[in-house]
Design a protein around this ligand. Structure first.
Ligand code: FES
Ligand code: FES
Length: 162
């Protein structure tokens, strides 16, 4: 058995301290050690985008990072998006209203990809929205409703700011 290393990670504003094996994937740390199963694991090869989280505010694929690399960093998972149990984040609301999901497996990764994208591009075109989610695979929707939800989310965020 490998020696373990102490890590301290902030996840959704809460500090978590654990000892982890050096090869433990960040996605597995989030799901199994922190108990936040909203981060999904599909390909485990950095291809599908299902495991996307925010790492110091930037979208990353947590299946191709190690838990030890997160020591001292801030992580946001999909569980950290909603304002409260009964108040969704505007992007989540847009996906709900525009039917931007079917099985929902890809949805957390898409939401976490869109959070920084819509912070930087407040009024994206359809082509820009498609480009933004081009690294997130969805086997159900055909993408049109995800694109619609993305544009609706941008509108909701603009309205919330005005
Ligand atoms: S599970 Fe990480 S990119 Fe597919
Ligand atoms: S909604 Fe099923 S994979 Fe996207």
């Amino acid at each position: 058995m490998s020696p373990t290393h102490p890590i301290q990670v902030s996840i959704n504003g809460k500090t978590i301290e654990k000892r982890v094996e050096p090869r433990l994937l960040l996605a597995d740390f989030i799901r199994h050690e922190a108990g936040l199963t909203g981060t999904h694991v599909g390909c485990e090869h950095g291809v599908c985008g299902a495991c996307t989280i925010l790492f110091d505010g930037k979208p990353v694929r947590s299946c191709i990072m190690l838990a030890v690399q997160a020591n001292g960093h801030d992580i946001t998972t999909v569980e950290g998006l909603a304002v409260s149990e009964d108040k969704l984040h505007p992007i989540q609301n847009a996906f709900w209203e525009a039917h931007g999901l079917q099985c929902g497996f890809c949805t957390p990764g898409i939401l976490m990809t869109l959070v920084p994208f819509l912070q930087e591009n407040k009024n994206p075109s359809e082509a820009e929205a498609r480009e933004a989610i081009s690294g997130n695979l969805c086997r159900c929707t055909g993408y049109q409703h995800i694109v619609d939800a993305t544009l609706l989310a941008a509108k909701k965020l603009r309205e919330a700011e005005s």
